[in-house]
Write a protein that binds this ligand. Structure first.
Ligand code: NAD
Ligand code: LMR
Length: 356
C-alpha cells in the first residue's frame, strides 16, 4: 500500500506529539523514521542521556534501550543525536526513543524525566589528568544541571562527566542556587572503579568476576580511588605485593585505557556497561526493590568531607542510606588520608566554580 497525503500528515502529527521537536529535527537533520504507534510511558521509567552521541553515550543508549525498566529514552547531544536516535530506535525492545539536538532542545529532552544520565564532556588524552578536563567540562555540566533544575527537578541524576570529584559539587551548587537541591538524588558514577576492581581481583584470585564484590570508596581520580581489599566478598587474603599491585591497577585503570587508546579517548565500552549497571540499580530502587546497594560519590557525612564515595542503598527517592566505611586496615587508613587530601581540593574547586 502506498502512503497517501493523509497518512503522511497523520504520521507527522503523531510524531510531533511523541516528540515536539520532530518536525524541527526533520528539517535540520533529515531524520525521517518514526514509530507512529509507539506508546511511551505506559509503565516503566523515563530516562534521558545527555551526551548521547559520544563514545560512552552511544553504547549506553543502546544498553538502556535494552533495559526493560525503561519506557521512554531521550537522547540529547549537541551533535549527531538524530543519527544515533534513528539507529537505536530500530531495536525491537520496549522503550520509545526520541532524539534532541542542541541547546534549544535541551528543555524538551528533560521534561518529565525520572533519571538523567550525563556522560557529556571531553575525555582525557595521554598525559592528562582528569582535572585537566575541568575548564571545559565544568561549564557543560553547569548548563545541563541548570536545565535539570528547571525541567525535571525531581529526577535522579547520574553524573559521569569528569572530573567527577569536582563535577558533582558543581551540580550540587547549581541545584542549591535554583532551590531544587536534594542530596539524595545526585550521584557521581564511580561504578567503573568497582567493575575494574571486581575484574582485577578475580584475575589474581582465580575467581569468577561475577562473584566478586570489592567496595571502592573515596572519589574517582588517582589516589582518591580507594579499593577496600580487606572487605572483598568472598573474603580473600592478599599478600602485600598483591595489595600494592591491585590498588595501583585499580587506581590507574582509567589511565591504562587512555594510554592504550593513544589519543582516541578514554574508557567508553566498559564505562557504558558500568553506567547501565548503576542506572539499573537506581531504577530498581525507584521501583521499590529492597536491598539495592552500590558505591557512588555522593553528599556524605561518612568523613569530614562534604562528598565521598561509599556504599549507598537506593530507594524510591534516590539514596535511602549511606553506609559507613567499616573497619579499615593500616594500608587502607594511610590510603584514606591521601585520598581525603586530594578530594578536599577537588571538591572546593567545584564549589568555587559556581560560587565565585
Ligand atoms: N565517571 C567515570 O567513570 C568515567 C569513565 C569514562 C569517561 N568519563 C568521562 O565521561 C565524559 C565523556 O566521555 P566520552 O568518551 O563519551 O567522550 P566523547 O567526546 O566521546 O563524548 C562526549 C559527548 O558529549 C557531547 N557534548 C559536549 N558538550 C555537550 C553539551 N553541552 N551538551 C550535551 N552534550 C555535549 C559531545 O558532543 C559528545 O558526543 C568525559 O568527561 C570522560 O572523562 C567518566
Ligand atoms: O580515565 C579517564 O579519564 C576516564 C574515566 O574516568 C576512567 O576511569 O576510565
Amino acid at each position: 500500500m502506498q502512503p497517501n497525503g493523509d497518512f503522511n500528515q497523520r504520521i507527522a502529527r503523531i510524531s510531533a506529539h511523541l516528540n515536539p521537536n520532530y518536525l524541527k529535527m526533520e528539517e535540520t537533520s533529515g531524520l525521517q523514521q518514526v514509530n507512529c504507534r509507539a506508546k511511551g510511558g505506559a509503565s516503566g521509567f523515563k530516562v534521558a542521556i545527555l551526551g548521547a552521541a559520544g563514545g560512552i553515550g552511544q553504547p549506553l543508549a543502546m544498553l538502556m534501550k535494552m533495559n526493560p525498566l525503561v519506557s521512554v529514552l531521550h537522547l540529547y547531544d549537541v551533535v549527531n543525536s538524530p543519527g544515533v536516535t534513528a539507529d537505536i530506535s530500530h531495536m525491537d525492545t520496549g522503550a520509545v526513543v526520541r532524539g534532541f539536538l542542541g541547546q534549544s532542545q535541551l528543555e524538551d529532552a528533560l521534561v518529565g524525566m525520572d533519571l538523567v544520565i550525563i556522560p557529556a564532556g571531553v575525555p582525557r588524552k595521554p598525559g592528562m589528568t582528569r582535572d585537566d578536563l575541568f575548564n571545559i567540562n565544568a561549564g557543560i555540566v553547569k548548563t545541563l544541571c541548570e536545565g535539570i533544575a528547571k525541567c525535571c527537578p525531581n529526577a535522579i541524576v547520574n553524573l559521569i562527566s569528569n572530573p567527577v570529584n569536582s563535577t558533582v559539587p558543581i551540580a550540587a551548587e547549581v541545584f542549591k542556587k535554583a532551590g531544587t537541591y536534594d542530596p539524595k538524588r545526585l550521584l557521581g558514577v564511580t561504578m567503573l572503579d568497582v567493575v575494574r576492581a571486581n575484574t582485577f581481583v578475580a584475575e589474581v584470585m582465580g575467581l569468577d568476576p561475577r562473584e566478586v564484590d570489592v567496595p571502592v570508596v573515596g572519589g574517582h581520580a588517582g589516589v582518591t580511588i580507594l579499593p577496600l581489599l580487606s572487605q572483598v566478598k568472598p573474603p580473600c587474603s592478599f599478600t602485600p605485593e598483591e595489595t600494592d599491585y591491585l590498588t595501583s591497577r585499580i587506581q590507574n585503570g582509567g589511565t591504562e585505557v587512555v594510554e592504550a587508546k593513544a589519543g582516541a579517548g578514554s574508557a567508553t565500552l566498559s564505562m557504558a556497561y558500568a553506567a547501565v549497571k548503576f542506572a539499573d540499580a537506581c531504577l530498581r530502587g525507584l521501583r521499590g526493590d529492597a536491598g539495592v546497594v552500590q558505591c557512588a560519590f555522593v553528599a556524605s557525612q561518612v568523613t569530614e568531607l562534604p562528598f565521598f564515595a561509599s556504599k549507598v542503598r537506593l530507594g524510591r527517592t534516590g539514596i535511602d542510606e549511606i553506609y559507613p566505611l567499616g573497619p579499615l586496615n593500616e594500608y587502607e587508613r594511610v590510603g584514606l588520608e591521601k585520598a581525603k587530601k586530594e578530594l578536599a581540593e577537588s571538591i572546593q574547586k567545584g564549589v568555587s566554580f559556581i560560587k565565585k
